[in-house]
Design a protein around this ligand. Sequence first.
Ligand SMILES: [Ca+2]
Length: 528
Amino acid sequence: MEQLEGNVGLYRAKCFRNFLWTLVAGLIWGCGGKQQEAAREGMRPPNIVVIYLDDLGYGDVGFNGASELKTPNMDRLASEGLKFTNGYATSATCTPSRYALLTGVYPWRKKEAKILPGTAPLIIDTAQRTLPGMLREQGYHTGIVGKWHLGLGDGQVDWNRRIAPGPNEVGFDYSFIMAATQDRVPTVYIRDGRVVGLDPEDPISVDYENNFPGQPSGLDHPELVRMQWHHGHNNSIVNGIPRIGYMVGGQAAQWKDEDMADTFLEEARKYVKDHKEGPFFLYYAMQQPHVPRTPHPRFEGTTGMGPRGDVIAEADWCVGEFMKTLEAEGLLENTLIVLTSDNGPVLNDGYYDEAVEKLGEHTPAGPFRGGKYSLFEAGTHVPLVTYWKGNIEPGTSEALVCQVDLMASLAALAGADARQGDSEDLLGAFLGQSGEGRETLVIEATSRTAFRKGDWVLIPPYAGPATNTQVDIELGNSEVFQLYNLREDIGQQNNLAGTRSGKLQEMVREFEQIRGKDYGKIQALELK
Ligand SMILES: [Ca+2]
């Protein structure tokens, strides 16, 4: 009984603390600029969780209109939280979007922020201000579980020793990651810089240029693979899946692809339980629905859409299970959750996995043109939801927001300096207290950039093919300027550059003021 009363007392104290924070936060947001005061007075800011999907399209979720594919758990977050119809990743590929999310800096300012091999050095400067580092300074415990893909070490990594610098050197107190992507070696988990389960007698070697003597590759030994490669993805074979890059050794440490979702989920839940006294920041970077799509057997065939649909169902289930943990720990009222995706959708991204053949009526890009790798909307215009029980009113926001803005906005929430350069303090928009988003946004796709202002999108001329035939996606390349009005033409079918020359000039001028005039220097898209 005493124990129970003690718990109730603790709970009441916690509720009161949350109430105080909510009250103070309300005053802050009402009056503005008194965050430091709140921090000084010892008020506890909320926990923050960013749930980051990989290659999930705007139209892949029920809350944005998907009907063939069911995502009940993400839909619940959206219906009980705030759904954004103009939410963006900065970029149409993984690494640059993740760089922007964690640094608040446009990735086109950083030439290394492009699709990285698994052996790339860390591209975030250890002296740079980061989202987790900033929150740590405000008293948060900070953790990452899932996909990293921002490089590790100095480019000469010995995978058998502590791997640094990495997430733990740029602001994370705890990390449980895969180095790059599920289709790239090394296919091992890394906890706080050390490969999990590594047998020192079986050291790991990784090479992105040359195979190791006597090792079969997907190219030489197609009979050894259980998932056929379509383009690239024909180097080392791990678990019957040919990968990008070569790896040898580390047998005991190699992940089982079908268990990855459960592994990351368990790590994320454990992180929450271990740090529930908070405040904590968890970056839960899920691997789905990026290739290779390897649903756990209990999700296989559940959607009728092949592995791509099945891993989205699996990811949705993970979101639901993760939410159950927050709920069971009594954390829903003091945890802000942001759910979004690093870039738009792709069907065939290097393996024959029936993503195209079994798509049916489903439209992963929703109403948008293009997809992953594209400067058209589907590349960067992604699902985005904020949820904070009792603090965010359920609804829909049309405010123009971007993941790059989380840095400044969460700084404002946590009581830190919110002036961040490219990152804008849009806390009011993210919490649904304001309909005002950013005025302009520069989006990026494999080093090419485009510009959104209000309802208008400008895509400058770029060399290169209009469509990447390997993935069958329109890239947005054209010899002429493209100008679209999204309010009237969400599918970007009517190029108004020829008829709205005044608007075109205004857009070009403002774009060049931010981007500079040398934006035409681009790299060709090369899928490996
Ligand atoms: Ca991605």
